[in-house]
Structure formats: structure tokens, C-alpha cells
Design a protein around this ligand. Structure first.
Ligand SMILES: Cc1cc2nc3c(=O)[nH]c(=O)nc-3n(C[C@H](O)[C@H](O)[C@H](O)COP(=O)(O)OP(=O)(O)OC[C@H]3O[C@@H](n4cnc5c(N)ncnc54)[C@H](O)[C@@H]3O)c2cc1C
Length: 396
């Protein structure tokens, strides 16, 4: 691995290049914040940064301008993420706003919901979390038991959610609840927006292997939710949720690919400097790993191009979003496994910095990356989906 490692340039047209030049100029004139490791401090720093990015017009650029966007394309958004990487700048923090709930409201929300919520999402003025998973409903999401009973102008919600990312920071939660208990599992579910300050909402934070507490258990005890907060038709929330999850799996790559590239470039830079100053050579097996990861990142670039084309045509998902997520997860995990393996057994010894790498940071990121084959639908389940819906293999 030598010279330029970044393979940044998803597509170069004169219009896009001029847009790119504007972002670069803005970034060159803007103070870029350092991101701390602690999950709460990190959130605050990245939230403030996201607000600045939004004020400058670099967030949700492919949303309609009437709802807080800029009427541009997903390619423009990818260009923004790429320029952020190039400048070593953090990415926006509220993935749930930008990738999950925002696109869901654009597709399924009422006009009132779009006008009320969408303009507040890009700058993180309102923060959403996603309340789908329950203690007994993860991969088998349709077995969820949280209920929503219609009483007058409200739904009364009872039940428990788990693994709710950033619930402790959220203003609203997008919740799946059963509105028709007599219907088959995939029917009779509705998608509701619940104000986290409502009476009866309790949030209990969970600790992760990294030592941080990013997600929570959320309890709903007779929480009253105005019926105007129903997204999509009543009892048809499964369709809304599947659209939302499919969108999340594809769209998240546009941003997370950028994060993987930032990390890889940093590993290369650090190791290169270390080798140059100490003369210590990398074993050939590790040199080969650099080449492999570089190639995987280039393949992920190809995947980004296909996603952008699909998003532009609003093409049916039919399992391709599961393929997107599988590719992303594998590449991301390989990037951080490379850092972890470079640390080698020295990661156990305090005070050492193998190949110049900071163990605390890279061990944290390696463990965090393990969660990506679970969140948003596990790798095993996504493989089943690809086998059945993309390859047409028989159902198991
Ligand atoms: C970092 C992180 C953030 C998350 N954030 C959120 C969030 O904000 N909101 C939210 O609602 N949820 C969130 N989740 C939860 C996530 O969606 C679930 O963990 C995931 O869907 C898996 O469900 P489960 O944990 O119940 O595991 P299970 O479904 O119990 O699966 C256990 C194991 O069995 C395997 N398995 C299950 N079914 C099959 C099958 N049919 N074929 C083959 N293997 C199978 C799985 O692959 C897995 O290895 C998050 C999870 C993580 C790790």
C-alpha cells in the first residue's frame, strides 16, 4: 500500500465537481471539532457539528426544499460525506433522523406530519429513536406484543421495547405497536410517533461491551398518543416498517462507507509514519491484509453507485437492501479487525502503542463494529433474505 489510499469519487460530473468545490471551500474555512470517545460527549460534539452542517446547507440535500432539504440528488449527499472524510471531519450524528425516520415520513407521513417534523430533523432540533425490537421480538419482529388501543382521539400504548439506540437523547420514538390483536402477526400492527416526555414513558439505559451506554430499554405504561401521530394506515404498520428498514439498510451505507474509509486512511497513515520512523517492518501477512481491505473498500464504492442509482429511480427493494447491508458490515468489520490485529497481543499490555496505534480507541471501535452484524437485522437473517428473494432459492 503506497501513495493515495482513498478511492473517493463516486461519480464526477462538472456540476457535481463544482458542488464538491463549494463544500471543500466551506470546510477549509471552518473549524473542525475533535470527537471524544465517551458516548455522551461524542453525541454532543457531533450534534453541534451536524447543526452547523445543516445551517450551511450540507444535510439532507436530496430531500424536497419544502421539508428542509435542497432538491438535490443522493449523489450530492454522497459528495458531502466524501468531502467530510477528506477533511477529517465528523459525520452527522442522528442516523435515526436522516436515514430512518426522515425518509419514512417523506414516503408515508401526512402533510401535517411532514411539515411539523421534517424541517427539524436535518439539524437535530428534534431527535427520533426507533422502537421496533422487544425482548421477544427481534429477528421475528412480527411477534411484537406492545399494544396500542384506540380510545377517543388517542391510542393508549402498553408494552416494552429494547435496544432502543439513543432513547435517552430522543424527543420522539417511532414505535411499532399492535392495534389489532385478532389479525395475523404481520397485519394489525401500526407505526406511531410517541413523544418521549409523555406520562408513562420510562427509559432504562443498558451497558455495552465497549463500556458505553448507547441504547436502552423503554417501557410504555398506558401512554396516550394522539391519533394524528399515526404514520401510514392503521393496521398497515408492517408495510411502513419494511419500507423503513429497507431504506435504512441501503441509505446507511452512503454515510457509513465514509466512516470506514476515514478509519482505514487513518490506520494506513499511522502505520506508515511508524514504519518510516522506527524501521520496524510489517509482517507480510499484515501487508496483504492492507491490500485486501483496500480492495474491499473499493468494492463498497461500487455498491454505493448501485444504491444511488436505485434511490434515484425509487426502484423496488426486493432483498437488495439486505445485500447492501451484508457488504457494508463485512467491509466495516474487516477495517476494524485490521487495526485490532495490528495491535496484536500488545493490546493487553498497558502503555504500548503498537505500530503507533492508540489501543483504547481501536479496541473500542473493533468491539463497536461487532454490533453491526446485529443492528438493523442480523447477518444470518439478511443472508436468508438474499437467498430467497434475490437468488430465488427455496425457503428453509
Ligand atoms: C448496536 C445496536 C443498535 C440497535 N438499535 C436498535 C434500535 O434503535 N431500535 C430497535 O428497535 N432495535 C435496535 N436494535 C436491535 C436489533 O434490531 C436486534 O438486535 C436484531 O433485530 C436481532 O434481534 P435479537 O437481538 O432479538 O436477536 P434474535 O432475533 O433473538 O436472534 C438471535 C440469533 O439467532 C439468529 N436467528 C434468528 N432468526 C433466524 C433465522 N430465521 N435464521 C437464521 N438465524 C436466525 C440471529 O441471526 C442471531 O444470531 C439494535 C441492536 C444493536 C446491536
Amino acid at each position: 500500500v503506497d501513495g493515495q489510499v482513498s478511492n473517493l469519487n463516486v461519480s464526477a460530473t462538472p456540476a457535481l465537481e463544482s458542488y464538491r468545490a463549494q463544500i471543500r471551500q466551506w470546510l477549509a474555512e471552518t473549524e473542525i471539532p475533535e470527537v471524544p470517545l465517551d458516548v455522551d460527549e461524542r453525541f454532543e460534539v457531533r450534534r453541534a457539528w451536524q447543526k452547523r452542517l445543516d445551517e450551511a446547507g450540507w444535510i439532507s440535500v436530496d430531500w424536497p426544499s419544502e421539508y428542509g432539504g435542497h432538491d438535490l440528488s443522493a449523489l450530492h449527499q454522497v459528495a458531502v460525506y466524501e468531502e467530510l472524510i477528506r477533511a477529517g471531519a465528523p459525520l452527522p450524528v442522528t442516523v435515526s433522523n436522516l436515514v430512518v425516520v426522515g425518509p419514512t415520513l417523506l414516503a408515508w407521513g401526512t402533510e401535517q406530519q411532514k411539515r411539523e417534523f421534517l424541517p427539524k430533523l436535518p439539524g437535530g432540533d428534534v431527535i427520533f429513536c426507533q422502537g421496533f425490537s422487544e425482548p421477544n421480538a427481534g429477528s421475528d419482529l412480527a411477534s411484537l406484543t406492545t399494544s396500542a388501543e384506540r380510545v377517543g382521539d388517542d391510542f393508549v400504548v402498553r408494552g416494552q421495547k429494547v435496544w432502543t439506540s439513543y432513547a435517552h437523547r430522543a424527543d420522539f420514538c417511532a414505535v411499532l405497536a399492535r392495534t389489532n390483536p385478532a389479525a395475523p402477526p404481520h397485519k394489525g400492527i401500526s407505526y406511531l410517533l410517541i413523544d418521549m416526555k409523555s406520562a408513562g414513558v420510562t427509559i432504562r439505559r443498558l451497558e455495552q461491551i465497549t463500556g458505553n451506554s448507547e441504547f436502552s430499554e423503554v417501557f410504555f405504561d398506558d401512554v396516550r398518543v394522539p391519533a394524528t401521530n399515526l404514520v401510514g394506515p392503521v393496521d398497515e404498520g408492517w408495510k411502513v416498517a419494511m419500507h423503513s428498514l429497507g431504506n435504512e439498510r441501503s441509505r446507511i451505507i452512503l454515510q457509513r462507507r465514509a466512516g470506514a474509509q476515514i478509519a482505514f486512511d487513518e490506520i494506513v497513515q499511522t502505520v506508515r509514519e511508524h514504519v518510516a520512523t522506527t524501521g520496524i517492518q510489517l509482517p507480510p501477512t499484515l501487508v496483504r491484509r492492507f491490500g485486501e481491505v483496500h480492495t474491499m473498500l473499493a468494492a463498497l464504492d461500487g455498491q454505493v453507485r448501485t444504491i444511488v442509482a436505485r434511490l434515484a429511480n425509487d426502484a423496488p427493494r426486493s432483498g437488495l437492501d439486505s445485500l447492501d447491508k451484508l457488504v457494508l458490515t463485512e467491509v466495516e468489520q474487516e477495517v476494524f479487525a485490521l487495526a485490532y490485529d495490528l495491535l496484536g497481543p500488545y493490546r493487553l499490555a498497558g502503555g504500548s502503542k503498537p505500530f503507533g496505534l492508540e489501543p483504547e480507541r481501536w479496541i473500542h471501535d473493533y468491539f463497536y463494529a461487532r454490533s453491526w452484524s446485529i443492528s438493523g437485522g442480523t447477518t444470518q437473517v439478511q443472508r436468508n433474505v438474499v437467498a430467497e428473494r434475490v437468488l430465488g432459492l427455496p425457503r428453509t
